[in-house]
Design a protein around this ligand. Structure first.
Ligand SMILES: [Fe+2]
Length: 205
């Protein structure tokens, strides 16, 4: 399986940024950085792979301002380049709960795309990379690393609250506990600046 190098991932993200500039680029950078920092302490995970996959997890936003179809756009874009695992993360990172109706934001995929995603999730047994990006997506604002609960509220304020929201929050908090059992402590100790970003200290200076 071909994994894009960190340099390739940066190049693809920069190209995407020219097509659709926005805060999602900084968010992607921090997701990659969080994943790399945590992967360095997790057996079986490679920090460079984690960084590349994190940089590319939202790459479907290169297609423009869309809702949840950014996940299938990212999947198709990366599959077209032979980056199967990076493509997989585009789909799985949005589903700590394997249910399309528990996703966040506007569902603007076609019926066929929705059926494909549902079937893909059903036949995919999550591994630690899938779990890592489901967690790291919720640890990174465009401004930096943050408390999970801050990101939960940030997303809810922008995309609304649905019947699946609490289930997603619970599943994501369980992922934090899952990795913390291996790390032997809090994920936050590996995320520099998390206190400053969470409490907006940076903006005061
Ligand atoms: Fe994301």
């Amino acid at each position: 399986m071909t994994i894009p190098t960190v340099q390739e991932a940066h190049t693809l993200l920069e190209e995407a940024g020219r097509l659709n500039p926005g805060p999602w680029l900084r968010h992607s950078w921090y997701v990659g950085d969080a994943a790399a920092r945590l992967a360095a302490h997790l057996p079986g995970l490679c920090p460079d792979t984690a960084r590349s996959l994190g940089l590319l997890h939202d790459i479907g936003r290169r297609a423009g301002v869309t809702g949840m179809r950014h996940i299938i756009d990212g999947y198709s874009f990366l599959m077209g380049r032979g980056f199967d695992q990076a493509a997989r993360i585009c789909l799985t990172h949005s589903f700590p709960v394997k249910d399309l109706y528990f996703s966040v934001g506007l569902w603007d995929c076609t019926t066929e795309e929705s059926a494909f995603i549902a079937e893909y999730l059903e036949r995919t047994a999550y591994d630690d990379y899938d779990r890592l990006f489901q967690l790291c997506d919720a640890l990174a604002l465009p401004e930096g690393f943050c408390l999970l609960e801050k990101r939960f509220v940030d997303v809810a304020l922008r995309h609304g609250f649905s019947e699946g929201t609490i289930s997603r929050w619970r599943a994501t908090m369980e992922l934090r506990s899952y990795f913390e059992r291996t790390l032997g402590g809090s994920v936050y100790r590996y995320l520099p600046g998390v206190v400053e970003t969470t409490f907006d200290f940076g903006s005061q200076e």
